[in-house]
Design a protein around this ligand. Structure first.
Ligand code: BTN
Length: 234
């Protein structure tokens, strides 16, 4: 697998950069930035990018083998972040379906998939690394959890290696990503609120099924959702 890497200093958003440059970018280009002036998350929310302290990345993909399986990509990449954090010794890492990574009850990474299917896919990842002062009190970072800083470039190189290996397994249908997502399923057995056919419903979250859907037990029936925002019921 041939990998390209672009390192930007400051940019509005690495996802926007990938979109703007989609016609010239090669498949499997990792675009990192030190700073983002307009980093965004899902539902158009602001992403607190920090100032040179975090991993801000967009992976540009334009191979059919992956684009055709884009429904697996959120949870698959959440698991690659799980593996990265695990390799640096973090504990209590959990995956919040479909695309967040938590340490205990605090979010440490988020994933935003964008693109123009079937032309290309952009996997945008923000991981809080050496940021001590986080804007949102529901967030954490590697340094806050490990109590020591992490060399950012070493982390990025390690991450590229993990993605390479995991994608090789994924393409051979030999990936353990669903098993990991299920054994570290943040939502499991929690009461949640979710949107389904234009209604907000509540239910108990169960496993992630082989189609990457979240299984939810409501009072009346079992529902499987394939995307959407899940909130914990207060
Ligand atoms: C979320 O939790 O809602 C997803 C956050 C994704 C943030 C990353 S940071 C790198 C890339 N560029 C962006 O503007 N967003 C993603």
């Amino acid at each position: 697998m041939t990998i390209k890497r672009i390192d930007l200093d400051e940019i509005d958003s690495t996802n926007n950069y990938a979109k703007i440059h989609n016609s010239e970018l090669e498949n499997m280009t990792f675009i990192f930035a030190n700073k983002q002036t307009n980093g965004h998350g899902r539902m158009n929310r602001e992403w607190d990018s920090g100032d040179g302290n975090n991993m801000l990345l967009s992976l540009f993909v334009k191979e059919n083998e992956l684009i055709n399986r884009f429904e697996s990509m959120s949870i698959f990449f959440a698991v690659t972040i799980y593996k990265l954090l695990d390799s640096f010794g973090l504990k209590n890492i959990n995956i919040k379906w479909p695309n967040d990574v938590f340490v205990d009850d605090e979010k440490i990474a988020g994933i935003l998939l964008e693109g123009s299917i079937p032309k290309y896919l952009i996997i945008g990842i923000g991981l809080n690394v050496n940021e001590k002062q986080l804007k949102f009190d529901t967030s954490t970072s590697m340094v806050n959890s490990l109590k020591h800083e992490i060399p950012l470039n070493e982390l990025k190189e390690k991450y590229i290696e993990i993605v390479k290996n995991e994608l090789t397994d994924f393409k051979k249908d030999n990936s353990d990503y669903l098993q990991i997502a299920n054994s570290h399923n943040y939502l499991l057995d929690k009461e949640i609120v979710f949107e389904y056919q234009n209604n907000f419903l509540s239910g108990i979250a169960k496993q992630i099924d082989p189609d990457n859907k979240l299984v939810i037990q409501t009072k009346e029936k079992i529902i499987r959702v394939n995307y959407g925002e899940i909130t914990l019921k207060k």
